[in-house]
Design a protein around this ligand. Sequence first.
Ligand SMILES: [Mg+2]
Length: 403
Amino acid sequence: MKKILVIEDETILRENIVALLEAEDFEVIAAENGLVGLKMAISELPDVILCDMMMPELDGYGVLTMLRQEPTTTTTPFIFLTARSTKSDFRQGMELGADDYLTKPFTRAELLKAIAIRLTKQATFKKHLSVETLDVTPREQAITIGLRQALQNQEFEIHYQPQVDLQTGLIFGAESLLRWHHPDLGMVSPAEFIPVAESTGLIIPVGKWVLDTACRQTKIWHDAGFNSLYISVNLSARQFTQPDLSQKIVDTLDSTNLAPRMLKLELTESIIMQDVHNAIAIMKELQAIGVEIAIDDFGTGYSSLNYLKNFPVDILKIDRCFVRNLDQDAKNSAITTAMIHMAHDLNLRVIAEGVETEAELFSLCQQRCDAMQGFFFSRPLPVAEFEKLLIANKRLPIPTAVI
Ligand SMILES: [Mg+2]
């Protein structure tokens, strides 16, 4: 039996609709205002929602907006009931994601037809969806739902991976890496939750939190005397294409009081390649603010050597897959040598990622790579542990044969 939720503050109308639908063998639940209706929609998961637009406190627009943000009700068919058939009401409802509308007073036939159409469409949609989401595990569902609460429950933390200069062996910067401690699942890998955050749009508030937190922390370190420390922050595709990205960066730098040149923004090749011309324009805007741009995971995407000379970038980060076994793997060695030479010819600095052994480090030093990060020096660290390295002035022993 299909379940219909009726949210309507006019008692007589509500009772009429309920009686009419029950006579048609629907299971009907009813709410006398928006708040009760919203709670019912989330707890009862009806097949169709009929909702009055004009209600005191939480009106129909409010209910619809909230429902569309909830993963379990985001696609529930929503038909709004309106007394006024003005164009602006109609448009506002449809823009918020309503599926249909009925102007009061409506006939029994109009109501039943609107519901029937929605139920048929939803059945087709679910059929289509189930093919695509067959593989969704309970864990993936928990991640999707948990991610919505994670920010306000303060479940995120940033770890800082030191970046080391290969001339001096000293820490000159850190890459900020997001960590999520889920209350039930424990630590969830960014590889698991970042794609979910991207697809749901949550990456925007989460990304902003990372940027704000990392900049604020770096300013604290500067004030403590480590005032040449750079901070690197990864930008996601969605963040990068926000229309007001550069203004948001400026706002963060202003509010945290961090000098722009101390911030590096890391973009992957694939983000840039989605729309090269637009990306170049955005990167130029960011550089105009004074921040530096790094290309992350270089070599894994489109190996866009051709484009590289046109990109307004400062730093190239060689992906870990080319660094692995660099000392033994002739192909990797040839690739990194070429990348480093080319980058230097273009006046870019090069950071090698994922350096895990002394032999890899030795090869990178021989190739005149500028900097490294990786487990051979340090894994990404929580604030307190990163500070210990700064205070101890931990230094990477540079292989003497190279110097
Ligand atoms: Mg990165």
